[in-house]
Design a protein around this ligand. Structure first.
Ligand SMILES: [Zn+2]
Length: 372
């Protein structure tokens, strides 16, 4: 991965180049930010620049042996650790082929697309116990090619506590020329001790114009489509690039959202319970996506109320529903709405009983709608 392949993030790129050129290489670093802002890409570019045999002022050379291996993600001293669905595989090693394929599609991808690649049932992946053994084994070895060794841990939030504690030991007792680069989106889900022992590299949200420029220049989108997607997905390039494959899901989500709001408005309790039953039969990752979609629709409703059509980022079908529905989302209930839907997302992620959760969510929604 090269710095030139990463959208924006110029300040961070400069900082990294200066550190590496100045020999200030911290053995434990945390690349914190969404994958769609380039957090994994940045960790990979860091490794490639550090290891390059003929480092250029702004980027790795692309021609040395190390670069050639890193281009194909086959360098024996760069170890990738990532979450895997335990029912499919307990360790990352047998999934390296799939992982390389994922990386070849570009560094901007969501966790969901990775899960889909390895598991049709879309179960939640973790970094588990078997992985610890593998990593500790590799950690005890020396470098294959005599240079730096880099362990890139993607989605460090998915580390179980045992793994995190083992990592901590490694963070406390650094080995020469051995780096651990953690990549995470949510600092709150990491152990405070992990946070305090790593050097933070914050990967910030991309500017609207940078995203629009990338989508029009590199992906050939029209500027109106690029602007609409950049706004809708808040500059998260991974989600934008995957949004095409999500259109089908978007149709389903829209129908479910409309059904939910209609039943709740009409106080049709039996239909609400059926709706909760339906959604609880969906995969957990899809339930999370659905709740994210609901939050988007609720936010759009309030925007429509306060700014008219101006900042409204929805499809035509969604617009026609929200034209009637948005009056039910007001300053009186917006906070309650946002809170219960965010909380639901939080609890689904932590394996709450989804039937109880969605039933409860429907009843709360019914109450809020009638307090507009
Ligand atoms: Zn090179």
């Amino acid at each position: 991965m090269y710095f030139r392949e990463i959208i924006g993030q110029e300040a961070l790129k400069n900082r990294i180049r200066e550190e590496i050129q100045g020999g200030k290489v911290s053995h434990a670093q945390l690349f914190l930010g969404k994958n769609g802002y380039g957090s994994l890409a940045m960790a990979m570019a860091y490794a490639q620049y550090l290891m390059c045999e003929n480092r250029q002022p702004t980027d790795a050379c692309g021609e040395c042996n190390t670069c050639k291996k890193n281009d194909r993600n086959v360098h024996p001293d760069v170890h990738h650790i990532f979450p895997v669905v335990q029912a499919v595989q307990k360790r990352t090693e047998p999934l390296m082929g799939e992982w390389r394929e994922q990386l070849m599609g570009g560094p901007y991808f969501t966790e969901l697309s990775w899960i889909r690649r390895m598991d049709k049932e879309i179960r939640t992946p973790i970094i588990g116990n078997e992985e610890i053994k593998d990593m500790m084994h590799k950690f005890a070895l020396t470098s294959f090619e005599g240079g730096y060794r880099v362990f890139i841990i993607w989605k460090a939030e998915a580390m179980n506590v045992t793994f995190a504690n083992k990592i901590l030991k490694s963070l406390e007792e650094p080995q020469p020329k051995t780096l651990i680069l953690l990549v995470a989106e949510d600092a709150e889900e990491l152990l405070p001790t992990v946070l305090s022992r790593t050097q933070l590299k914050k990967v910030n949200r991309l500017a609207f114009d940078e995203v629009v420029d990338y989508l029009t220049r590199e992906k050939g989108m029209s500027s109106s489509l690029a602007q609409s997607l950049a706004a809708r997905y808040d500059g998260d390039v991974a989600r934008i690039l995957e949004s095409e494959s999500e259109h089908e899901a978007a149709d389903l989500f829209r129908e479910m959202f409309i059904a939910m709001m209609r039943h709740c408005y009409q106080k049709k309790v039996i239909e609400m319970m059926d709706w909760a039953e339906d959604i609880s039969s969906m995969k957990r990752e899809e339930q999370k996506e659905y709740l994210t979609y609901c939050l988007h629709m609720i936010r759009q409703s309030i925007l429509r109320n306060y700014t008219g059509e101006q900042l409204f980022q929805v499809s035509d079908e969604e617009a026609s529903f929200l034209t009637k529905f948005s009056r039910f989302i007001t300053g009186n209930n917006i906070h309650d709405f946002m809170k219960v839907f965010s909380d639901a997302h939080y609890h689904i992620e932590r394996n709450a009983n989804s039937k109880i959760l969605f039933t409860d969510l429907a009843f709360k929604t019914m109450r809020f709608i009638h307090f507009a």
